[in-house]
Unconditional design. Structure first.
Length: 684
């Protein structure tokens, strides 16, 4: 007698709810019941109240750096438990490599955002976006922009195809931004999202309520949101359009970020010939995007544009490659393509394929020996990889309007590159497009015209292929999203994603006030001078605004000659008095990098101390020339501090950015820059 499938539970207000079975969820491989949603209704008033009153204050007691450290620890924890996630993900019908994208791709995104937070965000909850603008003539009235936590809740409504990656790629930047998250996964594969959420909750790493999980309907959740909240959605364009016009979201101007399925394309450029490495790359890319995840990717190639003279060669090569793909239960050795996520999805793809097939040729499909491998697969949601050929992409509108969200793609011929770009634009906005070419000028032309219609463009040639992650792989460092049909939203993109969950505010005031607000010293503001050299202080002892005005040094001809000998820089401006006289400076001047080095000699405290290393220099500008006989002086001021926490692999330390101004005897600025130092903490 088979065991009763488990009832999935929602995590609401830090407790798991749901014991009565409602909708049965089935294995995509053999149709067996693997779980059930719960019948109990969710009190979204309670959920939001807990998020606002308990989770939000706890998150804001942490700063960006501390939340980044939690993300890293959470990623490590999930990686330790990944095999349990692979086991349950097998029911989605994906192969191990398909589920690697979802599971380890999601965990990798957590690691990536932990690193982004550590590198780019302050140890506070205010991001100084800048730049500072002078709003008055004397520099005592400034303006700038800051980003602060929205003090609201992020609601994430996710698609069925990547139940774990889809959850984590939205959660990571939301959490970094200090927003509690309520995650609503698509029901069909919600058993994977629930398993991941259980591990996250089990880790004990997150503040209570920082992540809540909704199994089943979202009920009146959107109707209860407020102005400080955010909604993100991934799924069909039709559902996105319906949710976007929710009356409460419109009335309260709640931001809505949509990422919708789109008719992504790949263009084989006219310079590529059969036999070229780029030709084979195109074939591999189209076939992979048709069969990976059984084509259930919002970034999959749905339309492939090929020069007319090569259409037969491309069709034959793709047919041959698709014929080698073994479809069936991923547990069977040699299977490279699994099932669609559900029987409902199978029926939907079949219906859309029938629409797409009208007036087009089937180059490869179910009639070509489709026979899924494995026991019980007749009750699974398998679908044959299907390649269509549309001879006239300008006459057939269906190929640019109808998407079969499965292993289906359509070839279309073109005569000139302009035609291919026009066909690509008929998709009315896509998440991603690829251009496969070996000619830089063609790449530049294609991207210039296609960028207005695509969120991301992959230019693929034999050089990039060595490291390319492929057409269909969104990366944490680059934006994911696209215009028009693709939803008009943006996700990922490094720190851009974090900023989506922060509120931008313009701030005006004096340099001293802006320094207090931004956590960064602003020139013209108050400084603190101390008998203790700033480089003799530990990280905890340094305050923003701590400053040192150095002694003076007069630059001699010997300085210039010696620096030229050491550096090998004998540029005429430094050594040829006759040539230099005819320049805008009218005389020989010192090397800019000599000025930089001399300034370091003025402010560095040479004895061993808390400063561990100088590891960078930013915003360097040489403002005015330094001539022989000029006298320079430097002002060193603590501009910004970032506490990186205590790591087991290094001494406790933080990063201090120092504002450096180098002045001449007329108090004119000759050089300006920031230096970055690692500074030890006192410790215990």
């Amino acid at each position: 007698m088979s065991a009763t499938p488990p009832v999935l539970q929602s995590l609401i207000a830090n407790r798991w709810i749901g014991t009565q079975a409602a909708r049965s969820l089935h294995s995509a491989v053999n149709g067996r019941s693997v779980a059930a949603t719960h019948a109990e209704a969710i009190d979204f008033g309670e959920s939001l109240q807990f998020a606002r009153q308990t989770a939000l204050p706890a998150l804001l007691r942490l700063d960006f750096q501390q939340r980044a450290a939690i993300l890293k620890a959470l990623a490590a924890y999930l990686m330790e438990h990944k095999e349990s996630l692979y086991a349950i993900s097998a029911h989605t019908g994906g192969t191990r490599s398909d589920n690697w994208i979802d599971i380890e791709g999601g965990i990798g995104t957590l690691f990536a955002y932990a690193s982004i937070g550590r590198r780019e965000l302050p140890s506070s909850n205010t991001v100084h976006e800048g730049p500072v603008q002078a709003l008055g003539k004397e520099g005592q009235f400034l303006g700038t922009h800051i980003l602060v936590p929205r003090r609201g809740v992020a609601v994430h409504i996710n698609a069925f195809n990547f139940p774990m990656w889809g959850m984590l790629e939205k959660f990571a930047p939301s959490f970094l931004a200090g927003m509690p998250c309520i995650v609503k996964p698509a029901t069909a594969t919600s058993f994977v999202a629930e398993a991941a959420a259980r591990l996250i909750h089990q880790s004990g790493l997150l503040p209570a309520g920082a992540l809540q999980l909704v199994i089943g309907s979202s009920g009146d959740l959107l109707d209860r949101l407020e102005e400080t909240d955010v909604v993100t959605f991934t799924g069909s364009a039709d559902t996105a359009a319906m949710l976007r016009v929710n009356a409460n979201l419109i009335r309260r101007s709640v931001p809505f970020n949509g990422e919708a399925d789109s008719l992504n394309c790949a263009i084989l450029a006219p310079d590529v010939l059969p036999g070229d490495p780029e030709f084979e790359l195109f074939i591999k890319e189209v076939a992979r995007e048709m069969t990976a995840k059984a084509g259930q990717k919002c970034t999959a190639i749905r339309r492939a544009f090929v020069p007319s003279r090569h259409i037969d060669a491309v069709a034959a090569a793709l047919r041959e490659r698709l014929a080698k793909i073994k479809v069936g239960d991923p547990a069977v050795d040699g299977v490279r393509m699994g099932a669609l996520a559900s029987k409902e999805q199978q029926a939907d793809v079949a219906e859309r394929l029938a629409c797409l097939s009208a007036g087009n040729e089937v180059i490869f499909g179910a009639a070509d020996g489709f026979a899924p491998l494995g026991e019980g697969v007749a009750d699974g949601a398998f679908f044959a990889p299907t390649l269509l050929l549309c001879r006239d992409g300008f006459a057939n509108e269906q190929v640019h309007n109808v998407e079969a969200f499965g292993p289906v793609s359509t070839l279309m011929p073109y005569d000139e590159l302009d035609e291919a770009l026009a066909l690509a634009a008929k998709g009315r906005g896509s998440l991603v497009g690829s251009v496969i070419t070996k000619t830089p000028a063609i790449a530049a032309q294609a991207v210039y015209h296609a960028a207005a219609f695509h969120g991301r463009i992959l230019v693929l040639d034999r050089e990039a292929a060595k490291e390319s992650t492929g057409h269909g792989s969104p990366l944490p460092q680059l934006k994911h999203g696209g215009p028009g049909r693709a939803g008009g939203g943006e996700e990922l993109g490094g720190s851009r994603a974090i900023k989506h969950y922060l509120q931008r505010c313009a701030v005006q005031g004096s340099p001293t006030m802006l320094a207090a607000i931004t956590g960064e010293y602003q020139r013209g503001g108050r400084v603190q001078e101390d008998v203790v050299h700033p480089f003799r202080k530990h990280f905890e002892e340094i305050q923003v605004g701590d400053s040192l005005l150095t002694h003076r040094r007069t630059v001699s001809e010997a300085d210039i000659v010696n620096f030229g000998g050491v550096s090998g820089d004998y540029f005429y401006m430094h050594f040829d008095a006759i040539a230099a006289k005819d320049t805008q400076f009218g005389q020989r001047i010192a090397h800019g990098y000599f000025v930089l080095s001399a300034a370091a000699g003025l402010f560095v405290s040479p004895a061993p101390g808390p400063v561990l290393a100088n590891y960078g220099l930013d915003t360097l500008r040489f403002i005015n020339p330094v001539a022989i006989g000029d006298t320079i002086q430097a002002r060193l001021t603590c501009k910004r501090k970032t506490d990186r926490g205590n790591r087991p692999d290094q001494p406790p330390q933080g990063v201090v950015a120092w504002d450096v101004q180098v002045l001449n005897q007329r108090a004119e600025l000759v050089a300006s820059y920031d230096i970055l130092t690692l500074v030890a903490k006192k410790g215990e």
